[in-house]
Design a protein around this ligand. Structure first.
Ligand SMILES: NC(=O)c1ccc[n+]([C@@H]2O[C@H](COP(=O)([O-])OP(=O)(O)OC[C@H]3O[C@@H](n4cnc5c(N)ncnc54)[C@H](OP(=O)(O)O)[C@@H]3O)[C@@H](O)[C@H]2O)c1
Length: 260
């Protein structure tokens, strides 16, 4: 018998994945998940030291990884980041637009500069990075995968986080706009909507007993999510298992949005 086992549709061997904001939190967990499925990981963040440390942590568990330091919210920085990837011969097959920030303030007190900063980092950045990645995917003719990280606020609003809510609602529709324009180029663009996940972004909320109790009472799973619980959905959407899935959002929220 000289048979080769068929390749699993979830196998990412030979693919390269750029994950923005992957120095810590959800981005790092997604890097581990895609790396364990075989992908080479390009770690991104704004600080060289944090990027180097994340690359080293991935390499220590046998994952092929390299770094790309750029600010996703600055057009020139994104262009320079992709120019450096081109020069290094890194071809991005999978992009996860994950970098994001939060700013909590009632709308009556919200400054325009903070509104703009949250929109720039959480929404416009996904367009800027997605455009650079897709230009190269289209030129190479092999298609690709784009995953945009949304939120429960892609679906439902909550007081004090208006710009974040607007940005994450926009992320859901950006994935659909990408699908509409690029599906016939072999690109699938989908969103993941995480529930409340234990990361640095939420530390103040975890430390607030009232908020912590609200999360546990509202969610039918009765607990916060863990970053690694998003990895399986990301591997699926990054792999050929999802080649006919386009423009969708998958909520990974412990069932939160399914209940009253
Ligand atoms: N945690 C949750 O409960 C939750 C729920 C739903 C959705 N999300 C979304 O999931 C994503 C990750 O959240 P997280 O909780 O893991 O956040 P986090 O722990 O605060 O990590 C954010 C990451 O983004 C990077 N980053 C921020 N601004 C950047 C910029 N302008 N350019 C490049 N990188 C930038 C940070 O690195 P540097 O600061 O070093 O650049 C860091 O690596 C975000 O889009 C967030 O909105 C989170």
């Amino acid at each position: 018998m000289n048979q080769t086992a068929p390749r699993s549709p979830f196998d990412l061997s030979g693919r390269t994945a750029l994950i923005t904001g992957s120095t810590r939190g959800i981005g790092f967990a997604l890097a581990q998940g895609l790396g364990r499925a075989g992908a080479h990981i390009v770690v991104n963040g704004r600080q060289q030291a944090a990027v180097d440390e994340a690359v080293a942590r991935l390499a220590a568990e046998g994952i092929g990884a390299s770094g790309a330091v750029f600010d996703v919210a600055q057009e020139a920085s994104v262009a320079a980041g992709f120019a450096a990837l081109d020069a290094a011969g890194r071809e991005i097959d999978i992009l996860i637009n994950n970098a994001g920030i939060q700013h909590r303030k009632p709308m009556l007190e919200l400054e325009l500069a903070d509104w703009q900063r949250v929109l720039d980092t959480n929404l416009t950045a996904a367009f800027l990075v997605g455009r650079e990645a897709a230009r190269r995917m289209v030129a190479r003719g092999r298609g690709g995968k784009i995953i945009n990280i949304g939120s429960l606020t892609s679906q439902a609003a909550r007081a004090t986080v208006a710009p974040y809510t607007v940005a994450k609602g926009g992320i859901k529709m950006l994935s659909r706009a990408m699908a509409a324009e690029w599906a016939d180029k072999g690109i699938q663009a989908n969103s993941i909507g995480p529930g409340y996940i234990l990361t640095d972004m939420n530390q103040a909320l975890v430390d607030n007993p009232e908020f912590d109790a609200w999360v546990k009472a509202s969610n039918p799973t009765r607990r916060w999510g863990k970053p690694e619980e998003l990895a399986g959905t990301a591997v699926y959407l990054a792999s050929s298992a999802s080649d006919y899935v386009n423009g969708q959002i998958i909520y990974v929220d412990g069932g939160w949005l399914s209940v009253l």
